[in-house]
Design a protein around this ligand. Structure first.
Ligand code: ZN
Length: 169
């Protein structure tokens, strides 16, 4: 278990498309453990994707249970998803997002209000997950990373929706 360095924008690896996981190996389990350590080491970190630690595999983890908004809502706690596919989504919400790879900024981003996700859990078992509210935002944000999409790519107006922050928390 280890805390890994997080790739920071504009690292070109963050713009790459990640490839599917084809089987849960001890090596893959170690990557997942390291991702979780890295996420938990960041105060306020509610999600992480493998490409952010330089591994171009379709792995994400979210945990909004400790977040001031997400923790108040229905959520699945710590959730690891391999090869996540968003099967359906609906509604809309605008939420202030941050990213460990873009520590200097936050932005108001429009996302679906709920998502239905097909994925494998960390043991390789298929799961169908329905998520709403802040957790759904975290999932959409992390799945975007697997396709090389950052929240900066989804900012509608740099003038009104992008904010510089003093320090990442
Ligand atoms: Zn991010």
């Amino acid at each position: 278990m280890a805390i890994l360095p997080i790739l920071k924008f504009p690292d070109p690896l963050l713009k790459e498309k990640s490839t599917p996981v084809d089987g849960v190996t001890p090596e893959l389990s170690r990557v997942i453990d390291d991702m979780l350590d890295t996420m938990h080491a960041s105060a306020g970190g509610v999600g992480i994707s493998a490409p952010q630690v330089g591994v171009l595999k379709r792995i994400v983890a979210v945990d909004v249970s400790g977040h001031k908004r997400g923790g108040q809502e229905e959520n699945h706690g710590l959730t690891v998803l391999l090869n996540p596919e968003i099967l359906a989504k609906g509604g809309r919400q605008i939420v202030r997002e941050g990213c460990m790879s873009i520590p200097a900024y936050t932005a108001n981003i429009e996302r679906a209000k709920w998502v239905l996700v097909d994925a494998l859990d960390r043991n390789g078992k298929q799961v169908i997950l329905e998520s709403v509210g802040f957790e759904a935002v975290a999932i959409q944000h992390e799945v975007d990373h697997l396709d090389g999409i950052l929240f900066l790519d989804r900012v509608t107006s740099v003038k009104t929706d992008l904010f510089r922050r003093k320090k990442y928390r």
